[in-house]
Design a protein around this ligand. Structure first.
Ligand SMILES: [Zn+2]
Length: 323
């Protein structure tokens, strides 16, 4: 439990929550009650009904989804969760020196241009500089689905966090597990790793480097996501849809009977061909023919593939699509 330093209300917090958003007045604050003002959000453009319609429209276009899904799906749950992210702008300036692989080519074959009798590899000293501005995006809650963690956030559309706007949709605003200082030092580390990747495109071994990293504007942004659940037939499926953009972040959906039956059919045909190939190879073997191995191997592979296809067709496991 925590007490809001601004409206005096008591509210729930979980383990690891260290930058809090009061669910009554919306003020972001540290656990010591210091107000945090660089707090933004992305506005909702898809309400519950629109996000559900968008989801069904998207799912019905997926390979093998049942045709009657939009008509027969029944939504069971819809919850709007506001996920916090830290966004930092990091200016990075890296000068480096290292060794790159290079080669001397000797004695080109006269008949084959570009082919050499002798190639001599050696290390060559190289140096350079990379100056970049990185926008680093860090999920502020540890327990977050990886598809939601990586989904695109249109940060240019940010505006100051509005408690009233989140309340409009009964949104659940999550606290941050990270302070501003922790977010900044993590952003610096990630930016340095990005610089390392750039340098390693130029040299194979880094001998020395000097990094100047400056973490600039860093802000907290809450991004609303619809967490949906629907029923089709006697099973339940979950999905996440971005409330600002209608983008389907992640969705599970059923496969139609026809799609699964086709899988079993193709599997059966492959099984027969595979068995035929093996029988033929064994026949050739008994006649003392050479190289029957090819038939045995390809026949065996076909049988394995056919079993996988038939298993996938027969299983009722849902399909999953993310990004
Ligand atoms: Zn409050």
């Amino acid at each position: 439990m925590a007490r809001c330093a601004f409206c005096d209300a008591d509210f729930q917090t979980g383990p690891g929550d260290i930058l809090l958003v009061c669910p009554y007045c919306g003020t972001a604050q540290t656990t010591d009650g210091v107000k945090f003002t660089d707090h933004y959000m992305i506005r909702v453009h898809f309400d519950q009904h629109e996000s559900q319609t968008t989801l069904l429209d998207w799912v019905s276009k997926q390979l093998g989804a049942p045709e009657d899904l939009p008509a027969k799906a029944r939504f069971l749950q819809a919850e709007q969760i506001w996920y916090p992210f830290w966004i930092s702008s990091v200016d990075a300036d890296t000068t480096y020196s290292g060794l790159g692989r290079d080669a001397h080519f000797h004695n080109e074959w006269p008949q084959r241009r570009g082919a050499y009798k002798r190639i001599e590899y050696f290390w060559k000293p190289e140096s350079g500089q990379f100056v970049r501005r990185h926008e680093i995006n860090v999920a502020a809650v540890k327990d977050i689905d990886s598809d939601i963690r990586g989904h695109p956030i249109p940060t240019r559309a940010k505006e100051y966090f509005s408690h009233a706007h989140a309340e409009e949709f009964d949104g659940k605003v999550l606290h941050s597990n990270m302070t501003l200082e922790q977010a900044k030092s993590l952003a610096e580390k990630i930016a340095k790793d990005k610089q390392t990747q750039l340098v390693l495109q130029e040299v194979d071994k880094i001998e020395s480097r000097e990094d100047k990293l400056e973490v600039g504007e860093t802000f907290l942004i809450h991004v609303p996501v619809w967490e949906l659940e629907y029923r089709y037939g006697n099973r339940k499926y979950k999905a996440s849809v971005s409330a600002p953009t209608g983008y389907v972040i992640e969705s599970k959906y059923p496969r139609s009977m026809a799609f699964r039956a086709a899988g079993i059919g193709v599997g059966l045909i492959m099984l027969l061909i595979g068995a035929g190939l093996i029988a033929l190879a064994l026949d050739l073997l008994s006649l003392g023919a050479i190289l029957p191995g090819g038939g045995l191997i390809s026949g065996g592979l076909l049988i394995i593939l056919s079993l996988i296809l038939m298993y996938k067709g027969a299983s009722r496991k849902e399909a999953k699509e993310g990004m």
